[in-house]
Each structure stands twice: as C-alpha cells, then as structure tokens.
Design a protein around this ligand. Sequence first.
Ligand code: NDP
Length: 247
Amino acid sequence: MSKKLDGKKALVTGGSRGIGAAIAKRLAEDGADVVITYAGNQTAANQTVAAITASGRKGLAIQADAADGAATAAAVQEAATALGGLDILVHNAGIANFAPISADTQDNFDKTFAINVDGVFAGTKAAVPLLSDGGRILIIGSINAHSMPVAGGAVYGATKAAVAGLARGWARDLGPRGILVNVIQPGPIDTDLNPADGPFASVLTPHVALGRYGKVEEVAALAAFLASDEASYITGAAIDVDGGFTI
Ligand code: NDP
C-alpha cells in the first residue's frame, strides 16, 4: 500500500531527541528516507536511525553543529548524496536559554542566534540547489515568536521571530519552483528542553486551553502533513501547535 511520503528524501536537523526525533520517525513511517543531524548525543541519534530503519526506510545520522555554517552545509550535501536527492528539509535543531536582560549575556545572544537562525540560513542556502522542485522546507519556530508569557525569553523569542521572517521571504523566493516554506510554532511540548515536570511547567500549563503539555508526536503530525502533497497550497505560513496556549 502506498504511503503519502513514499520515495521522498528528507533531512531533519537535531533529529536525535525530542521534536526532531519524532518528526524523523513520522516521516519514515509515512514512507520517506531520512537523514538526521545531531550535536553530540550519538546514542540518541542511533536510536532514531534504528526507528527509521525499523520502518523499512533508509536512515543515517550525521554529527553537525548547527552553529557551524560549513558543517551544516556539508551535512546537507552528505544527506543529498546518501539519499540520492533531497525533497524535504526540516530545520529543527535549536536551543533555549532563558535569562532576563539584567542577567543575559552577549555570549548567549550570539550562541542562540548562531544555532537557531544562522544554522537555518546556512542549511537552506546549501539545500536550495539540491532540493527537488515541489520540495518542502519546514522550520520549527515557536509561539514565542509572537507571544512571551514569561520573563527572560527575549533572545529566544527573537530567534524564532527571525526564522518566521526568513520563511516568509523564502516562500516568495522559492514559490516559482513550487518549493513550500512553512514554520511550525509549538507551544509547550514535553521534551528534554522543556519537560512537562520541569521548571516552566507550573507557569505554562494553566495557560494551555487543553490543560496539558503537548506530545512530540502532535508536532510531528503537522510536519508530516506540511511535507505531504495535501499541503500543496500552504506556503509562507507560521502555524501554532499549542493546545490553545496563545488564544
Ligand atoms: P531537545 O533539547 O529535546 O532536542 C534538541 C535536539 O536538537 C537534539 O536532537 C539535539 O542534538 C539537537 N541540537 C541541539 N543543539 C544543536 C546544535 N548546535 N547542532 C545540531 N543539533 C543540535 O529540544 P526540543 O525537541 O524541545 O526542541 C526542538 C526544536 O523545537 C527547537 O528548535 C526548539 O526551539 C523548538 N521548540 C520546542 C518547544 C518545547 O516546548 N519543547 C516549544 C517551541 C519550540 P543532541 O541530542 O546531539 O544534543
């Protein structure tokens, strides 16, 4: 039986854990071959690859720091070579270090922008010549691009607003090739970055209309839809997956 991403070739950055791992696994379940990058957790990266191959798809993990433009570009090229092309690029790798301006540092600003924004630019720049016409670029942004319910999130929110701006521009640039560029903006999702029993949970959970943290699979479901033919008229969009957090 054919699946909706049969034969597609995908790269997911930061696919070793959390949302990225869930997206990588879901794309494979839907029929795509999937390469992931990771920063340092090779054990987790191997687990994601094992899940991809258990779905009957080709899987590969590449260590590549998203803050390193050359390494990111090399990973994109290696992924396309290994898969024989590239149809779907998911920019997921990201960090979040919250600090109010009185305690924030230039180092945190530079590092967060390097991973969350420069990495997205470098990866897209490398991927555009390799992506098939009609391909997909998905960026995992955040509701913090437009909503900041706690103190200390200025730099993180700025990086996520920046990628939403990039996506709108790239949607215009790449529309003539039928390449769709969209941003997924999660609310609180239970991962190592933001555990449902972690320091933000007691503040954030009461604001969620559904009264709970989201699951990584609930973000991956939107990624799979946006990667599919069913999303053929959606580009330049930033879509919240937040359980009603920001309504
Ligand atoms: P996790 O911390 O659980 O996982 C992060 C993933 O990104 C890991 O695979 C990690 O690799 C990888 N990664 C981190 N830094 C780098 C780097 N410098 N280079 C390459 N890979 C890197 O995070 P989440 O799954 O929670 O977050 C994923 C994305 O979703 C991020 O962009 C985040 O901003 C966004 N997001 C998350 C929300 C949440 O509530 N969880 C809400 C809104 C947005 P390794 O395993 O090797 O460390």
